[in-house]
Design a protein around this ligand. Structure first.
Ligand code: SF4
Length: 317
């Protein structure tokens, strides 16, 4: 049984329409399936607006799916009663891009951690919770004696470490990390990525790591899913995807990262990502694809399993 499983997940946002106009909706996530095992790090990559953050939020019950299922330990997250959900007891957590926004500025760091610790099954005493909070800070590389300080007294990187400590306070099976390093200085990014890898190593915590930077995703992930306009267009083991990208969109993303793509020239895509309110017919990538054929304008390629990887492109038929 997978730790987290998404089955044909769709998250559509209906849009206000005029009296006579057709009903419109943004198909932010349009039929994504994945299975995550304990301790696995899955990278989710794609340009801004491709639906990756919406997918991550739906996986932790922050966005109600239009259809499909989110299963945690085989249990349908959106079909559980409140009491059953409490039994999952912090099995899933989320880390946000803006750690400052996710921390209450009026709460001390201890109070922020204690909010989560006090919900744990162990029924810690007040002294035990303080000791546990100190250990959590040390685990993310901060001294335990800053528990009485407030979020504004820390740098961006330190606040992200506090956000990670807060997620770890729940002792989660998996964490959705939504662009956790993109707001940080480059020098701090590597330290946070290494910290997440250490946590996986030490605790077996799994991560759904969402980012637009393929170099960062490749560094941390076991497996990568590439999203485009609400769809997964390619998934493969991280090293395999970088070595032999099969989907033209993956090839274009990769060509923009010199550290990963040393031999070939940059593939410049035509135009911008189309509006998800008015997605193209057929293959959603066809207006920008250098290899588009007639069939691509009319038919959507299915995500085809090819052994250890999958790709949605007619070139692979
Ligand atoms: Fe390009 Fe066609 Fe493949 Fe889509 S299906 S990525 S348009 S070749």
């Amino acid at each position: 049984m997978s730790l987290l499983e998404l089955r044909d997940l769709k998250v559509h946002f209906p849009q206000p329409s005029s009296w006579f106009g057709p009903k419109r909706c943004v198909k932010a996530v349009d039929g994504v399936s994945l299975a995550m095992q304990p301790g696995e790090i899955i990278g989710l990559v794609g340009e801004s607006g491709c639906g990756k953050s919406t997918l991550g939020r739906a996986a932790v019950r922050l966005e109600v799916p239009t259809s499909g299922q989110v299963l945690i330990d085989g249990k349908d997250l959106y079909a559980l009663s409140a009491a059953e959900r409490r039994q999952l007891n912090g099995r899933y957590q989320m880390i946000f891009q803006d750690p400052y926004g996710s921390l209450n500025p009026r709460l001390t760091i201890f109070s922020a951690l204690d909010e989560v610790l006090s919900m744990r099954k162990e029924n810690f005493s007040a002294a035990e919770r303080r000791s546990e909070a100190g250990k959590l800070l040390e685990r993310v590389g901060l001294p335990a004696d800053v528990l009485g300080r407030f979020p504004h007294q820390f740098s961006g990187g330190q606040r992200q470490r506090i956000g990670i400590a807060r997620a770890l306070a729940a002792s989660p099976g998996f964490i959705v990390a939504d662009e956790p390093v993109s707001a940080l200085d480059v020098s701090v990014q590597a330290a946070i990525v290494n910290l997440l890898q250490d946590i996986r190593q030490q605790s077996g915590t799994a991560f759904l790591f969402i980012a637009h930077d393929l170099a960062v995703v490749e560094h941390i992930s076991d497996r990568i899913l590439v999203m485009y306009l609400g769809n997964v267009v390619e998934s493969a083991a991280a090293k395999e995807l970088v070595k032999t990208p099969l989907h033209p969109y993956t090839q274009a993303l990769l060509s923009a990262v010199p550290s990963l793509h040393k031999n070939n020239s940059r593939i410049i895509l035509k135009g911008d990502v189309p509006s998800p309110l008015d997605p193209p017919s057929g293959c959603p990538f066809h207006p920008r694809c250098p290899f588009a054929k007639e069939i691509c304008k009319h038919q959507k390629p299915p995500l085809k399993n090819m052994g250890s990887r999958a790709v949605a492109c007619f070139l692979q038929d």
